[in-house]
Design a binder for this molecule. Sequence first.
Ligand code: FAD
Length: 374
Amino acid sequence: MVLNISKKYDYLVVGAGLFGSAFARIMTDKGKSCLVIDKRDHIAGNAHTKCVDGINVHEYGAHIFHTSNDDVWEFVNRFAKFNGFVNSPLAYYKGRYYHLPFNMNTFHELWGVNTAEEAKAKIAEQRLDVDEPKNLEEQALKLVGKDVYETLVKGYTEKQWGRDCKELPSFIIKRLPLRFEFDNNYFNDKYQGIPVGGYTKMVENMLAGIDVKLGVDFAEIKADQLKIATKTVYTGAIDEYFDFCLGHLEYRTLRFETERVEQKDYQNSAVVNYTEREIPFTRIIDHKRFEFGEQEYSIITREYPSEWKEGMEPYYPVNDARNSELALKYACLAKEQNDILFGGRLGTYSYLDMDKVIASAMELAGKESNDKAL
Ligand code: FAD
């Protein structure tokens, strides 16, 4: 493929997700020239929203912006107004609803308790007393006790990983926070919300005045990268950049099933987690609720976790020993490259929330601004 460009840029930015777009914005504001490419036909990466029948649909799963980082919050507010949406998901288990995250409302629903002391006593009597949990089940039982684990953790986690909790390593769950207040706000962050008009509109504003080419796979122009720009910022999969020379990194993927239903109130909540293993999906999202929509219909998405195979969307890195070691080896190769910088969730093989991705793009842009070579 030949890119029809009339000049050489300072940066070729591979990926129009939040990392690439934030980096390109900051460097453009500093007087550098950037060309952003993406192999998809849209910008905003996995945060992309598509307007369907007047509702912004989160096409790659529900995305709720939350941060305690003042600089990141100030940055995103340059490109969108945030609507004050607070994530308060529910869990559905065997015909009953429970509030999340695990808080006094949840404990009241589980046991009828009304005070923090009663809830703490109930959890203490159910906790598994082990020093070194052998697997994820033991780890969860140690952290939250039997009822919370069996009702709200077990089935959901088994569906997410496609394996029994007894066969999963304990390190997958480091913490299961328990909140002894009646507070259903899922995040502890200072700021939270959804950009009014959707994430794609926000990223469009971020990329204003910057050259963007969609439907361009870096693999097809890799040989020409130094002709296109002095440096490349790569936010695609790190193993793919190196032609999988050390092997393939593995992921978990998701399948989304989206439909329009002729009901104003489909589930009375933006997000409901299905925590029974027998129900094959993990969540149902009611998209209009992220923006307080009043439509007489709803657009809903069921989320099914599944095994990842080449060619599928890579969503969650698998942080087991094999993949962590391999990712480290690729990171070493990346460090040896001249004039190519790796960033974002795929470029670093890590799960990063949106605010962390933007913070790391800001950090890289800060370092680059001090580089006198350009
Ligand atoms: P991406 O958004 O993946 O962008 C990378 C871009 O690079 C993609 O558009 C891709 O097409 C492009 N690309 C890749 N390879 C090539 C190539 N060879 N050539 C050209 N282009 C290429 N975070 C939150 O803060 N809150 C949430 O509620 C939240 N929910 C999430 C739900 C799900 C299901 C998932 C999977 C993630 C969620 N996240 C959430 C995380 C969020 O999606 C990421 O932080 C963010 O999308 C990462 O941005 P990025 O730019 O690093 O990567």
